[in-house]
Design a protein around this ligand. Structure first.
Ligand SMILES: [Zn+2]
Ligand SMILES: [Zn+2]
Length: 412
């Protein structure tokens, strides 16, 4: 029967052309306009704390039809995924961190420094929870990250456009329940407590034009999520690897697997239970390694307790959300990307950048730059070939680029 039905079905439609383009069902970044009341969510990391090439750790990008973009968690490896989307970095200046595990903010430095290098011309803005002591809060983590990169930044300041090499922290109370932590341009973002590892973790909701997106960083199933994630269109919640696979694949002891897989994190069965209580328009499970031999167990266990719409997330899964529809596709992206277009005009380093940095970080001005010892080690052997490069650039661009060190003698 089937082989008879096949040709009839094809025959009823227009004949397939051997050489004409056909519509494809994937998302190619920057090839589609976003509707004025449409939200697009892209998974830029869906994995675990243990790194792997196939999946980055937690990161979800939310793009809104009003032009705003928000990043929720910036786990290890996610900056590379973001770079594949080729979005100007000025538009990627708002990062919300749900908790301070490395798999949820391990790529912050790459967005801070790499993002500036790839064209962000304004400070990076970070929102994250406080902790039970100042040392356990987001502001402390970000300040220490800045200090950790003192050598890096001291070497760049004065040489590059330094406008993007600063970071602003907005720390808020992790105990606040459904409190507004961001409100601008019609977008409201709220935070509510989560239960994971130590006090401090939170979940977020984003509301805009009647659409609601909820992002759970890590958590044991909690009452706040069940209450404040209600009426959401897309609900992203962690869903850990099934306990037997934690033993088999992660080489955990059974005791460790049970503790980590059901008490510190949300097990697939518990994820399903949470979703059957919230009843989102569409549920998204992430935070498990999605392999041919582990996905079925996650799915089967979720389906014991939840039968609603569901995505088992992997990197570059895309959800287009409007009032009437949620469309799920995969993005096909480039890996060999360079910097995306700039959103604003490029500038040369500003006078005073170095002095400002020296003041702020306490690095003596006279120790920034090379010492005489290092300067004297520069080889003169390459002078001639490098002079040629300057000459070539001057001729090509019709502008005089004096060779370093020659400027003084020429003006004398
Ligand atoms: Zn965690
Ligand atoms: Zn995690």
């Amino acid at each position: 029967m089937l082989h008879l039905l096949g040709p009839i079905a094809v025959g009823a439609a227009e004949k397939v052309s051997p050489n004409k383009a056909r519509a494809r069902d994937f998302y190619a970044p920057n090839s589609e306009d976003l509707g004025s009341d449409e939200m697009r969510v892209i998974a830029c990391g869906t994995g675990m704390p243990t790194t792997r090439a196939a999946q980055a750790a937690a990161c979800f990008l939310v793009e809104l039809g009003n032009g705003d973009k928000f990043i929720f968690d910036i786990g290890s490896g996610s900056a590379e995924r973001i770079s594949s989307l080729q979005i100007p970095y000025d538009y990627l200046d708002k990062i919300f961190i749900g908790h301070l595990h490395a798999d949820h903010f391990g790529s912050l430095a790459e967005m801070f420094i790499g993002g500036a290098l790839m064209g962000r011309q304004k400070p990076l803005r970070v929102w994250g929870p406080n902790g039970r002591t100042p040392e356990l809060g987001t502001a402390y983590a970000v300040q220490k990250m800045k200090e950790m990169y003192t050598w890096d930044l001291a070497g760049r300041v004065g040489l590059v456009d330094f406008r993007g090499y600063s970071i602003e922290v907005n720390e808020f109370d992790y105990k606040a329940e459904n409190a507004i932590i961001y409100k601008d341009n019609g977008v409201t973002i709220r935070s509510f407590p989560a239960i994971h590892s130590l006090d401090g973790p939170v979940s977020f909701s984003l509301e805009w034009k009647g659409l609601k997106f909820v992002f759970g960083s890590d958590t044991y199933p909690n009452k706040w999520f069940m209450e404040y994630a209600k009426d959401a269109d897309l609900v992203v919640h962690e869903c850990f690897v099934a306990v037997p696979d934690l033993v088999k694949k992660m080489l955990f002891t059974p005791e460790q697997a049970l503790l980590v897989g059901t008490q510190i994190h949300t097990s697939p069965e518990a994820f399903g239970k949470v979703m059957s209580i919230i009843k989102p328009k569409h549920a998204v499970a992430y935070h498990f390694f999605k392999d041919f031999d582990t996905t079925a167990a996650v799915n089967d266990r979720i389906r014991k307790t939840y039968d609603g719409p569901l995505s088992l997330a992997e990197d570059f899964m895309v959800w287009n959300i409007t009032k009437d529809d949620i469309r799920v596709r995969m993005a096909i992206v480039e890996e060999h990307t360079w910097a995306p277009p700039l959103a604003g005009e490029a500038k040369v380093p500003q006078k005073g950048d170095t002095e400002k940095y020296s003041d702020e970080m306490g690095v003596p001005l006279d120790k920034m730059g090379y010492s005489d010892f290092i300067k004297e080690g520069r080889s003169g052997e390459v002078d001639e070939v490098l002079r040629e490069t300057y000459k070539e650039a001057s001729e090509m661009l019709g502008q005089d680029f004096p060779y370093p060190g020659d400027e003084k003698s020429e003006t004398k």
